[in-house]
Design a protein around this ligand. Structure first.
Ligand code: RB5
Length: 144
């Protein structure tokens, strides 16, 4: 996992979790790009989702993590970008399945709905789960 580069972004509603997840990435020696926001001051989530998604599409990072209040706005915005498969996860089963079956390349979390410990567990499982390919590849190809 050492070559992995993760791009991470949030709006004000997800700022605290973004900082916490960055600590986790540092602990695990995972390289990351922080695209903001830089404080809990109110800001718009769509440009942050776009910036994050574009880093993945351009190959500057392999995976992304986006956090807002619910995780919903970030996932809607990120999924507008071709090639992005953003998974809004509130549980570890979905996090693993979104990698194994959907080859999700962005994980979206909601700071106002998912407890911190579960959110960190979701991040850990999502980053450590692999795409299974096979019949799932065919389905992902259909989406693309
Ligand atoms: C901001 O108040 C909130 O709307 C945003 O963080 C997010 O939950 C949107 O989906």
């Amino acid at each position: 996992m050492n070559n992995l580069k993760v791009v991470i972004g949030s709006d004000h509603g997800g700022f605290r979790y973004k900082q916490r997840i960055i600590e986790y990435l540092k602990e695990k020696n995972i390289d990351y790009i922080d695209v903001g926001t830089d404080s809990e001051a109110s800001c718009d989530y769509p440009p942050i989702a776009q910036k994050t998604a574009e880093k993945i599409i351009k190959g500057e990072a392999e995976k992304g993590i986006l956090i807002c209040g619910t995780g919903i706005g970030m996932s809607i915005a990120a999924n507008k970008i071709k090639g992005i498969r953003a998974a809004h996860c509130t549980d570890t089963f979905s996090a693993r399945a979104s990698r194994a079956h959907n080859d999700s390349n962005i994980l979206c979390l909601g700071e106002r709905i998912t407890g911190e410990s579960i959110a960190l567990e979701i991040v850990d499982i999502w980053l450590n789960s692999n795409f299974e390919g096979g019949r799932h590849q065919r389905r992902v190809d259909m989406i693309e």
